[in-house]
Design a protein around this ligand. Structure first.
Ligand code: ADP
Ligand code: MG
Length: 260
């Protein structure tokens, strides 16, 4: 975890970004008559932190889910590190492993211990030896501050602790990019910061992240860019300071007036 006091790159503007890692180009998605993603173009560069905000139903979760093909798309392309995501097959499984995902509901395996939750992916999907996976899992649990809970079941942990385990589990697969879909919206207020702090630490270490959240504090602390979605479209995007102080579209101004 980055030490906030000595971090040499305290703001996103000081953290350089690299070449395009996730590229959505002309992505369309319908659910029946509903056009939930409308010709979406979005590039996330290596090391970049992009925060996605927008009203409920605007397509934010669907956007995340298309990036690792939990949802198919109707047209357009999605590439991850230069490779186009196929609809199915072994190549899809491999590319999907490059994308870590953390959901609003922690989605841990209820009948496995915290430690097993973190080792399962690497041992089953990547063939990592159990001893190696266990050592790495303990390092990750240490990093997110729950190593002392390793042998408990998820239900014995608080929501904030469970979400930090979910982050460790995703990191255990060594993803190239992490997607977070409202990771703190199911948490009691006093647990939100312990999860956001872990995410800020990851951002400062250079992890590429796409984060759906309405936590403006996180956006200001960690995001290079805020993307505002409404009605299945990317309406506006800017650096956090510009977006929050001088949004250009009426829809973004209206949305911000409701949440700030
Ligand atoms: P957000 O995450 O921004 O709240 P979603 O991506 O979850 O928005 O949903 C976008 C729209 O698509 C909403 O109108 C939602 O009701 C609809 N939707 C989402 N998932 C499905 C589904 N599996 N089947 C039908 N409609 C869906
Ligand atoms: Mg959603």
């Amino acid at each position: 975890m980055a030490d906030l006091a000595t971090d040499p790159h305290p703001t996103a503007a000081d953290r350089p970004v690299g070449d395009p890692l996730v590229v959505l180009s002309g992505v369309d998605k319908h659910f029946g008559p509903l056009h939930v993603l409308q010709s979406v173009d979005l590039t996330v560069r290596r090391g970049e932190v992009v925060v996605v905000i927008g009203p409920s139903g605007s397509g934010k979760s669907t956007l995340c889910r298309t990036i690792n093909r939990l949802e198919t798309i109707d047209s357009g392309t999605i590439t991850i590190d230069g490779k186009e995501l196929p609809a199915e097959g072994r190549e899809l499984a491999r590319l999907r492993a490059d994308v870590g995902m953390v959901f609003q509901s922690f989605n841990l395996f209820a009948h496995k211990t915290v430690l097993e939750n973190v080792t399962l992916g690497p041992t089953r999907a990547k063939g990592v030896k159990k001893s190696v996976a266990t050592q790495r899992a303990m390092e990750l649990l240490e990093r997110v501050g729950v190593a002392n809970q390793a042998h408990k079941l998820p239900a014995q942990l608080s929501g904030g602790q469970q979400q930090r385990v979910a982050i460790a589990r995703a990191l255990a697969m060594d993803p190239k990019v992490m997607l977070f879909d409202e990771p703190t919206s199911a948490l009691d207020p006093e647990m939100i910061n312990e999860v956001l702090d872990v995410m800020v630490g990851l951002a400062r270490e250079g992890m590429t992240m796409l984060v759906v959240t309405h936590e403006m504090g996180f956006a200001r602390r960690a995001a290079h860019r805020v993307v505002f979605m409404d009605g299945g479209q990317i309406v506006e995007q800017a650096d956090p300071e510009t977006f929050f102080t001088a949004p250009t579209s009426a829809r973004a101004r209206d949305f911000l007036s409701k949440i700030l």
